[in-house]
Design a protein around this ligand. Structure first.
Ligand SMILES: Cc1ncc(COP(=O)(O)O)c(C=O)c1O
Length: 447
């Protein structure tokens, strides 16, 4: 058969076929853990993901909060290239230059004293849970009463390993694997009275996402966070802030807990400090997509851990540490905390404007570039996400009715404007369609 007789496929068709082939192959070869969208990306650039046909998608999710510097950032390319030529892995049996340098930067940024490096968010939380148990044991050995129980919050998400998932609220993540780690009790979100009622010397740690991410971008109140701090101080239990989604500058501060200023006694001015937890965990954007997690803690808490008690083969390897240092340098050089605050405020204001125009939006939440629109129906949220994808803008839906935005820190006003215009158009279309559909047979949107 001559080449001339082979039909030439349009690139879009080629891409679709490749996608179909991949879907078929994955459905046979992989565990069915993921329900993927029908998108196949080949590369990324700046704030865009690009498919095989060169079609660009504005990415307002950045790999679920990971690609904070966007795609193909030259500083990251350089760090990966240089470090991979020198040393990628040594194990934790030997020294390399990266861990202490990175620990210094992270402890300075978070107000902590010591670091432990691992490979993911759930591992960082797992380390935090183990540290809390070891800490409580040490207290008991010294004659102080401190139990083994954890308090976590309703709607929390802390990861998928047996410890972290035990502290994760939704049954669907825990129940198939029962029995998960015992000893976790859930406190109603932001309910100080419930927290007080459930707290006792039996509790070795309270685990809090300062802004719940998967739970729908819900910041805890200062009152609640302060109560958690006061209660843990009163018994010597640890306060653990999970900043895996909210940390590393996502909200305009290095950690979200740094928004929670300490109020002096009544009548005294608000101090410039913040409510400092004993332990915090970071991951997602820490090494710009190279897997890396970190637990950071106070000197005191760190005393509970000795050589051999905990560890990892890969965690804190030379490559991941070099890239994380490049991320921190870039954040400083490009003044990204200030930029996140500025562009985040602009984005938030535009979302508030949108909410004023569309009654289907029930709430706007978050700060910095950790933002959400809550809609009045899960179906509408699903439709809006799909319609935005058609318009080549990637967003995410969490907790059924919440549209979540976790864009790269390098987002610009023009990207916000494009996204808001698209959201406005989609919501207006959906409202018009709902109005044209005879009610009650159709679905009513907004008022
Ligand atoms: C707040 C929080 N903690 C923990 C995790 C788990 O991180 P990983 O998926 O890297 O294990 C996530 C992931 O979404 C998260 O948002």
């Amino acid at each position: 058969m001559s080449n001339a007789s082979v039909p030439t496929l349009h690139p879009t068709e080629k891409n679709r076929m490749k996608l179909e082939e991949l879907k078929a192959a994955e459905s046979k070869l992989l565990l069915g853990t993921y329900d993927r969208y029908p998108l196949l990306f080949e590369r990324g650039e700046d704030v865009y993901l690009i498919d095989a046909n060169g079609v660009r998608y504005l990415d307002l999710l950045s790999g679920i909060g990971v690609n904070a510097l966007g795609y193909a950032h030259p500083a990251i390319e350089k760090a990966i290239a240089e470090q991979s030529r020198r040393l990628i892995h040594t194990s934790n049996l030997y020294y390399h230059e990266g861990q202490a340098a990175l620990a210094l930067r992270l402890t300075e940024a978070t107000g902590m004293d010591r670091a432990f490096f691992c490979n993911s968010g759930t591992e960082a939380n797992e380390a935090a849970l183990k540290l809390a148990r070891a800490w409580a044991r040490l207290q008991r050995e010294q004659g102080k009463p401190l139990g083994t129980k954890f308090l976590a919050l309703e709607n929390s998400f802390h990861g998928r390993t047996m410890g972290s998932v035990a502290a994760t609220w939704k049954d669907k993540y825990r129940e198939p694997f029962d029995p998960v780690m015992p000893g976790v009790e859930f406190v109603r979100f932001d309910d100080v009275a419930d927290l007080r009622a459930k707290f006792s010397t039996e509790v070795c740690a309270i685990l809090v996402e300062v802004i719940q991410g998967e739970g729908g971008i819900r910041p805890v109140s200062k009152e609640f966070f302060q109560a958690a701090r006061d209660l843990t101080r009163s018994t010597g239990a640890l306060l653990i802030a999970d900043e895996i989604q909210s940390g590393m500058g996502r909200t305009g501060k290095f950690c979200a807990y740094q928004h929670y200023g300490i109020t002096g006694a009544p009548g005294e001015p608000v101090s410039t400090g913040w409510i400092q937890p004993d332990v915090t965990t970071l991951a997602k954007p820490l090494a710009a997509g190279i897997p890396l997690g970190a637990l950071l803690c106070t000197e005191e808490a760190s005393q509970a851990i000795h050589a051999g008690m905990h560890g990892t083969t890969f965690g804190g390897g030379p490559l991941a540490c070099a890239v994380a240092l490049a991320v921190l340098d870039t954040m400083d050089r490009e003044h990204l905390l200030e930029h996140v605050t500025g562009i985040g405020t602009y984005f938030r204001n535009r979302l508030d404007d949108l909410a004023a125009q569309h009654s289907a939006i029930t709430q706007v939440r978050g700060f910095g570039l950790m933002l959400a629109l809550e809609l009045d129906s899960a179906d509408l949220a699903k439709t809006v996400l799909g319609e935005m994808m058609q318009r080549r803008i990637l967003i995410n839906r969490t907790s059924d009715t919440v549209l979540r935005f976790l864009p790269p820190y390098i987002l610009q006003k023009a990207h916000v404007d494009t996204s808001i215009a698209a959201l406005n158009e989609v919501l207006a279309e959906q409202t018009a369609q709902a109005a044209a559909t005879p009610f009650p047979g159709g679905k009513k949107i907004g008022n």
